[in-house]
Design a protein around this ligand. Structure first.
Ligand code: UDP
Ligand code: MG
Length: 338
């Protein structure tokens, strides 16, 4: 007999604990305010809470501020990466160190409001494994960024084999089993939104207003955004590899048709040797298509090259486990490298 949908969902554990993962790269301006708002949210939650700050090789006072918080608050852990690995890997490091029954992933810059956490938790308690925040607006972002984000999500929707929800960032809650699933995904090129979708399990969107950055500057620029889009598409679709095949086919058909036309024309009107410009255009066009196709293959090949080295995802400089952390074995992770 097929199982009712509710029966397949995970049952929340009786004593519930919550880990909040915060990747931070040069966030000295926002961390104190972020921490203050997070503590207010924690105060209203009937759960054992902890916050795991992942210092992603910051060059400002971020590490100092987190260490200060660690000393004053038994709920704070610090995962200090050996250099800047990028947000996606910082998140993976956080997930590796999060032992809560539910785990929240949130940006430090207050674009993701911590006040939404209780709502995410309530859906998790209703049995959802992944509760993701879905933007209804992007205040403070340029029209160009909004448009490119919009187009990117629509394109991704079309080419990907898994359904990546649109207008969704990394801000979300994961159940224990969703975290365990994420921990198994050790790929170097991490398109997190795609991975979150790939693991499956019952998922639930929660609409929210994405605030402008509280302070500091976004680490994103258009070059990053372009690479991010490439990452998304190449991680979850082999579609671009087929482009060369289809352009090749079309060109072959075109050449065949044009050859036929030339033959008839020569038979009817003789051969006055015209066509130098069209020859150049055709050669350039084919050269362009070939280079483009090699480039596409190269994108995939480079990713295979990176994966084949089997390097650890990140290295830790230091790990300070929260003194009040929920699981006694957490300290055993000290110095662990992944
Ligand atoms: N971040 C990180 N490593 C990086 C870049 C960013 O850990 O190399 C963190 C950053 O501190 C913030 C979050 O990722 O908490 C989102 O970064 P940002 O606000 O720059 O991105 P945006 O919101 O513009 O997409
Ligand atoms: Mg931001």
């Amino acid at each position: 007999m097929p199982l009712d949908e509710t029966e397949t969902r995970s049952t929340p554990a009786p004593i519930q604990s919550l880990s909040v993962i915060v990747p931070a790269y040069n966030e000295q301006e926002v961390l104190p305010e972020f921490y203050r708002r997070l503590c207010e949210v924690f105060a209203g939650l009937d759960m054992k809470c902890e916050v795991i700050f992942v210092n992603d090789g910051s060059t400002d006072r971020t590490l100092e501020i987190i260490s200060g918080l660690y000393r004053c608050d038994a709920r704070v852990s610090l995962v200090d990466l050996s250099r800047n690995f990028g947000k996606e890997i910082a998140l993976a490091a956080g997930l590796d160190h999060a032992d809560g029954d539910a785990v929240i992933v949130i940006d430090a810059d207050l674009q993701d409001p911590p006040e939404l956490i209780p709502e995410l938790v309530s859906h998790w308690r209703a049995g959802y494994d992944v509760v993701y925040a879905q933007r209804i607006c992007r205040d403070g972002e340029s029209i160009a960024k909004k448009t490119t984000a919009y187009l990117f999500y629509r394109l991704l929707q079309k080419v990907c084999r898994v359904r990546v929800p649109e207008d969704t960032g990394d801000f979300r809650l994961l159940s224990r089993r969703a975290v365990e699933a994420m921990r198994q995904l050790r790929e170097q090129h991490r398109f997190m939104k795609g991975l979150f979708a790939w693991i499956g399990f019952p998922q639930k969107p929660v609409p929210y207003r994405r605030d402008p950055r509280f302070a500091g500057k976004s680490k994103w620029n258009y070059w990053n955004l372009w690479n991010f889009a490439l990452e998304g598409i190449t991680s979850f679709s082999c579609g671009p590899l087929k482009v060369a095949t289809y352009i090749g086919l079309l060109t072959a058909f075109g050449a065949f048709g044009y050859g036929f036309y030339m033959m008839i024309r020569t038979l009817l009107f003789g051969n006055p040797v015209p066509g130098y410009p069209s020859l150049v255009v055709i050669i350039l066009f084919l050269g362009g298509v070939q280079l483009l196709s090699i480039g596409i293959i190269g994108e995939y090949l480079a990713r295979m090259f990176d994966e084949s080295k089997h390097r650890p995802l990140y290295l830790l400089k230091n790990y300070l486990s929260a003194p009040g952390s929920m699981h006694p074995n957490m300290g055993a992770r000290r110095g662990q490298t992944h």
